[in-house]
Design a protein around this ligand. Sequence first.
Ligand SMILES: Cc1ncc(COP(=O)(O)O)c(C=O)c1O
Length: 396
Amino acid sequence: MERTDSGHAVGSVAETAFDPFRYAHEHRSEVAWLSQNTNHLVPPEVVRPALIAAIRDRLYEGYPLGSGQIGLKELVLADLGLPAETPTIISAGATEALYMSLRALLHPGDVVLASDPSYLIIHKFIQLSGASTRDLDIYAPPYRLTADRLQEAVTPQTRMILLIDPLNPLGSGYSKEEVRAIAEVAHDHRLYLLHDVTYRDFAGHHTLAQGFYPDGTLTAWSVSKNCGLAGMRLGGMVGPGDLIKEALRYNTNDLGVNVLAQVAAAAGLSTKPRWFPAVLATTRANQERIRSLVTQLPEVVLPVFPSQANMFVIDVAATGVTPVALQRELLLHYGVFVRAGNYLSPMHGGRFIRVSFSNPPSDIDRFLEAFPVALETLRKEARGAPSSLPTPAGRT
Ligand SMILES: Cc1ncc(COP(=O)(O)O)c(C=O)c1O
């Protein structure tokens, strides 16, 4: 069965025997969760007191303000460095606002310029509008979209550019000049520019495209990764008033987004400058530790380093080991959950796994111990020879 990034079944293909998401959730407390770019480094004190107070005050008994709890929009906009009056949707994760916006703005026959690899859930929403994506192959240097390639790919059917920056799954980031040049392509051809900035806090530097093309840019934001609140489901979309109004036509959440999620988001955003630097430092140190191991292994390649996000991909194509087998081996025998590339790249998904690293260093220790042994075991199995490495504890 094909599954989305969240583990939802999306196909009607016969169920396969092993469901990694079900297995990982069943063994939640034992699993090092390196598979969904979630952030496990935010100190619990950041949101816990606010949530306890909200529960004590039984905020959950009433509906929240439909447009977002008082003060939340202002915090979101201040965090993005945008004026307080900028139109904003607050939704159940960026996911919901992405769906609303794409359904509202795209029509059958429209084409969206996007990439492969990419965060394919957005592509799915594009297709639900009757539109399609033209996925530019970026699995080669510089591992990101360029204004020149986008310019060449524009046709009369092109309606939008999807710019995920930093990019899930590769971790590629865009310089200010690159963002400006891409915004100019969108502007010159009167295209919408959808700028997904979910991972922006992990980048060394980040520029919003909105500043270069204010009347055509939609900015998807999220507190799932920066504030470590993926389970709360809160994010949204910022953009010009007419586009936000259009998107809101598809809002099914008229009664507002989960009030506890809003409380947690406000607590996270209002304190982020105090604790995010430590999250970032650990994320970067983890990334460096993984790099130093992986680059020593024969036939293993790290296409993008340093990642500007909290994940990157590890290419194992030359080893002969399939990413799906590696994902399964790491999860079943070592409790380390990574993501096989086929969820992120129709063209190259058979080459890589994606690993995220906003995790306690102990999770990274487990990955570093498991990865070479799991890879070697599978490599030997693929060649029909027994592994020369000792059988690790836990592998039967
Ligand atoms: C690029 C990108 N956009 C959006 C999302 C979803 O964000 P949210 O959790 O706010 O729905 C993800 C989740 O992984 C993502 O990678």
